[in-house]
Design a protein around this ligand. Structure first.
Ligand code: SAM
Length: 258
């Protein structure tokens, strides 16, 4: 075994507020999304009062997709981002969803089939893969989007490095993720809602309190706006900036491969 492998075996990371061996996180996250996949869309609407749709539309506005572009939506789950991009471009865009969880991709596939779309340019290509080791060639895509995905990835640095690798020079990276609320008053209310209401909603609607405890805790452990900017710098991205939405409950980070 190489020294680097031995070192990794000893490393730990966070799973929500619990410290676990690094090697166990990806599987634990996969278990969460196996469990939530069938209720995922309903829970998103309930928990955010539908506002996640506006946040996602803001991401698409900033992406400003054009006909002919090759776009990957990493950790794309049940396909909200892909669907919006395809709709915006009148099907003239190639979108690939890459997600590590086959159940989330199956839910996505079923959604497209239920809306009468089975094949053709108006459905995304679905690829089961890890953001830390993307199954795409170097410099092969025009844009990389990730919405509420980065927080769940074990080694964020690796995922950012991979994002940079697969983007063409001039390619755009966009990340929508929960972040740090700016106002102390909103922050206090938001904490109460997150820790008291969300796990209860998970318990009542999805019969799964634990996954929603993980959701709330993982948000608190995710790098703050400026920290993510530093990580993007480290991954060699250029022209990095972010903007807060809903007072910083979420932020969109934008960066370019030059
Ligand atoms: C909160 S969901 C977000 C889904 C979708 N992007 C959305 O905004 O509704 C997080 C997704 O990240 C995926 N995921 C977690 N770790 C991943 C990894 N290492 N590589 C790719 N996808 C991953 C999960 O399977 C899940 O579908």
């Amino acid at each position: 075994m190489t020294d680097q492998k031995k070192k990794k075996e000893k490393q730990t990371t966070h799973f929500g507020f619990t410290e676990i061996p690094l090697a166990e996180k990806t599987l634990k996250v996969r278990t969460v999304f196996d469990s939530v996949s069938s209720n995922y869309d309903l829970m998103n609407d309930m928990m955010s009062f539908g506002v996640h749709r506006l946040w996602k539309s803001s991401l698409i506005d900033q992406l400003n997709p054009k006909a002919g572009m090759d776009i990957i939506d990493v950790a794309g789950g049940t396909g909200d981002i892909a669907k919006k991009i395809i709709k915006r471009c009148d099907d003239k865009v190639r979108v690939t969803i890459c997600d590590i969880n086959a159940n989330m991709l199956q839910t996505c596939r079923n959604k497209f089939i239920d809306s009468g779309q089975i094949s053709g340019p108006n459905i995304p290509t679905l690829v089961c893969g890890n953001a830390e080791d993307l199954p795409f060639a170097d410099a092969s895509v025009d844009a990389y989007t990730i919405a509420f995905g980065l927080r769940n990835i074990t080694e964020i640095d690796l995922a950012l490095k991979e994002a940079h690798r697969v983007l063409k020079p001039g390619g755009h990276f966009l990340c929508l993720e929960f972040s740090q609320v700016a106002s102390p008053i909103i922050s206090e209310l938001y904490d109460k809602y997150s820790f008291l209401v969300l796990p209860k909603l998970g318990e009542v609607i999805a019969n799964d309190r634990e996954s929603y405890v993980y959701l709330v805790e993982s948000i608190r452990k995710f790098p703050k706006q400026e920290e993510l900017v530093s990580m993007l710098h480290k991954a060699k991205f250029s022209r990095i900036n972010f903007r807060n939405l809903s007072g910083g409950i979420v932020a969109i980070h934008s960066a370019w491969r030059i």
